[in-house]
Design a protein around this ligand. Structure first.
Ligand code: DCT
Ligand code: MG
Length: 402
């Protein structure tokens, strides 16, 4: 009861000492709607007595950088967007609290602008520039529109320019034709804009794994993306599915999709067949997406499959929720590179590729790692490397199940 005014949702964690993940109402911050409370009685007392809960300044600064990065992304200004993304990543990686600017001396990727925002927040607890962006109508509208699955910055901008400001404006506008992805995005908005918990990711892992093994006994599904990096919550669940049988991977994915359909849990599917052509490697131009067969799904997850229940809102009696799931299916000899690429984070992948290129004179992407200083015969080397990684990963996945 004490928590209900400020907290929308409480997820108990089965651990010793007990802790809580709480969702804070309307705090307006991207990284802070969720808070990990270790000392429950202290937190409850603060709420009861109306005492403010101290927030880690590092998170405030990180949040400010992310708002600025997004602002530049919406305005298609790449330089400052990337600079603020990098600065946010650096802060995220710190194991200590930032209390004064001097302590950040020597940290990489913190330029003059990042430092001035940081200084303002350290002095006053807020940033004038960030607050101005947060209250800007265009930013708020683009942020809202791009939160829908299938709506990117370009579509959001187009709708904004036509004077649309809310979901009901869009849905009531007869001249707007939503594509299939956007229709599903609106239909399942409440579910897919709510975070997916680790227990839910585990349950989906079992569903995908069962489907793979029913199709081919030596196939496997590996959890990747944010959950592989240890995150407790994510916006979707990412898996790599593959089989040691060369050339079977493309059909494996369509078979899994068919199985999910048969189970009655496939709510949306966008399947993209493989365009991977080994003879075109290495690729010298940067591509955001790899060429492997993949699909972007929305699945129905039943409460009975999730240990400890679903991450759903109070009063929801459906007994299920919709969850976004991505599957990618590379040929087995490309498994290691795919695993590395899909584990993320995006920023880490970007920096890793940059490091390979400029520090090691190598080309890295989700398909391969090429050493530019050696002759082409060496292109066979990755195959040996990956077979080992595949074996290790498959064994680990067996162990985890045990
Ligand atoms: N990825 C990438 N470049 C992209 C998109 C994705 O390198 N343009 C990689 C990095 C992460 C992985 O694919 C999965 O992507 P997301 O699901 O978007 O990210 P995530 O880290 O899993 O985070 P979230 O918890 O939000 O799902
Ligand atoms: Mg993910």
């Amino acid at each position: 009861d004490v928590l209900s005014d400020v907290v929308t949702h409480v997820v108990s964690e089965d651990q010793q000492p007990p802790s809580l993940w709480v969702w804070l109402k309307g705090c307006g911050l991207k990284n802070l709607p969720m808070m990990h409370v270790l000392d429950i009685s202290w937190f409850t007392a603060c709420m009861r007595e109306g005492r403010p809960v101290a927030v880690e300044t590092r998170h405030l600064i990180q949040d400010a950088f992310e708002v600025l990065a997004e602002f530049y992304e919406f305005n298609e200004v790449e330089g400052p967007c990337l600079a603020f993304r990098r600065a946010a990543s650096v802060l995220k990686s710190l194991a200590w609290s930032v209390r004064r600017l001097g302590a950040t001396e020597g940290l990489p990727c913190l330029g003059e602008r990042s430092k001035s925002v940081m200084e303002e927040i350290l002095q006053s607890g807020r940033s004038f520039e960030v607050e101005k962006i947060l209250s800007d109508e265009r930013y708020q509208t683009l942020k809202l529109f791009t939160s829908v699955f299938g709506v990117g910055p370009k579509t959001a901008e187009k709708w904004y320019r036509r004077g649309l400001r809310s979901f009901s404006d869009i849905l009531a506008e007869p001249s707007i034709h939503l594509n299939r992805m956007q229709q599903s995005g609106f239909r399942h908005y409440g579910d897919i804009s709510r975070a997916v918990s680790r227990a839910e990711a585990r349950a989906l892992g079992n569903i995908i794994d069962e489907a793979v093994r029913a199709i081919t006994a030596d196939g496997a599904a590996a959890l990747t993306g944010g959950f592989r990096r240890g995150k407790e919550f994510g916006h979707d669940v990412d898996f790599i599915v593959t089989t040691p049988e060369v050339g079977r991977e493309d059909r494996l994915l369509t078979d899994i999709i068919e199985s999910l359909k048969q189970q009655g849990i496939l709510l949306y599917c966008d399947y993209q067949a493989s365009t991977f052509d080994q003879s075109k490697l290495p690729s010298h131009k940067f591509e955001a997406m790899d060429h492997f067969a993949k699909c972007f799904l929305i699945l129905r997850l039943d409460c009975s499959r999730v240990d400890g229940g679903l991450n759903s809102v109070e009063g929801d009696s459906r007994g299920w929720r919709a969850v976004r799931v991505d599957l990618v299916s590379p040929p087995v000899d490309r498994y290691a590179f795919t695993l590395l690429g899909w584990t993320g984070s995006r920023q880490f992948e970007r920096d890793l590729r940059r490091f390979a290129r400029s520090e090691r004179r190598m080309l890295l992407d989700n398909h391969a790692l090429y050493d530019k200083t050696k002759d082409s015969d060496d292109s066979a080397r990755p195959v040996r490397l990956i077979s080992n990684a595949w074996g290790r990963e498959a064994r680990r996945s067996e162990r985890d199940k045990g």
